[in-house]
Design a protein. Sequence first.
Length: 340
Amino acid sequence: MFRENEIIVLLGAGCSADAGIITSKNMVKEVEQLLSKHDWDKYRELFNYVKSSINYVDGIKGKFGDNVDIERLVNILAELEKKDNCILFPFIGGWDPKLVEIAGYKFEIITEFRRKIVNQLSKWVTLEDDRKASYFAKFYKLATEYNYSLRVFSLNYDLCLEKHTPQGMQLERGFDQSSRTWDWRRFEPREEYQPNIYLYKLHGSLDWVRDEEKGSIIRQVDKIPDTPDLIFGVDYKLQYIDPYLFYAYEFRKYSLESKVILVIGYSFNDEHINGILRQAISSLDTRQLYVVDSTVSKEDVESRLPWKDEKQRQIIVKNCKAKEFLEGIDLATLENNLGP
């Protein structure tokens, strides 16, 4: 039997994909379609330049195929728009003449294009029919069988888990019920209160807004704002402000206390998350990483989290979709599928 904090869950985009929320690579395809519209066509040449440059760099490394996802695209645009404020600028002989021709001397179109993409994010991760994500309610079944609060760390911005909390179940997101402001103390265990799930949104949420005038606090709102507080397209994702800094610390803390880290729909492309997972596995030989994904193989995980050979037995990969796995999940089956 599992004890308290011996199971934690990490959710990636693949967990929401079965509900109809498009993946990062498909967001790039959405951008390509938008470039045919009148208010987007001015960015087509810039997009083609950046995409071909990404493919060129990958090709030199022997990586061929569709390697462009939305975060990588936005990361590069964010770095380019720094122009002479880029940390490496003194070491750069000069910008590629073609880039200057496309972007102009001040690179203003780069900033415009990046903002245009980011503003589309809320549409991409909002479901028209919430019922498609009903399988998220199965997390509460797992939490009930676990008999302790289940700590779920999510890299997703969507509200799939929040909107499928069964009646009588409790989901703790860290917000005071009256002021609706975030308070880290709500994630501390209390004898008088034991929620079924503690939810940590590591990269933000569609229903968060930041109030700079009141001390840069995060509030939860009912209506999805035009500019929700999110970490998106930023390569250095360990932000120095809360709740992001607190959540990163909590993920590290509980990964080092866990017996099993259940990873659903994560593609292992975030080096900060990979670093925490690598540390957790390396620090305890009996700790196991149980990966659920229809596209990731055990070899993929091992290549992205390079450990010594003896660590490979700590990785278990179940190749199936998140919905299929969750609809059949129970604690006994999870425990039986773990390695020795």
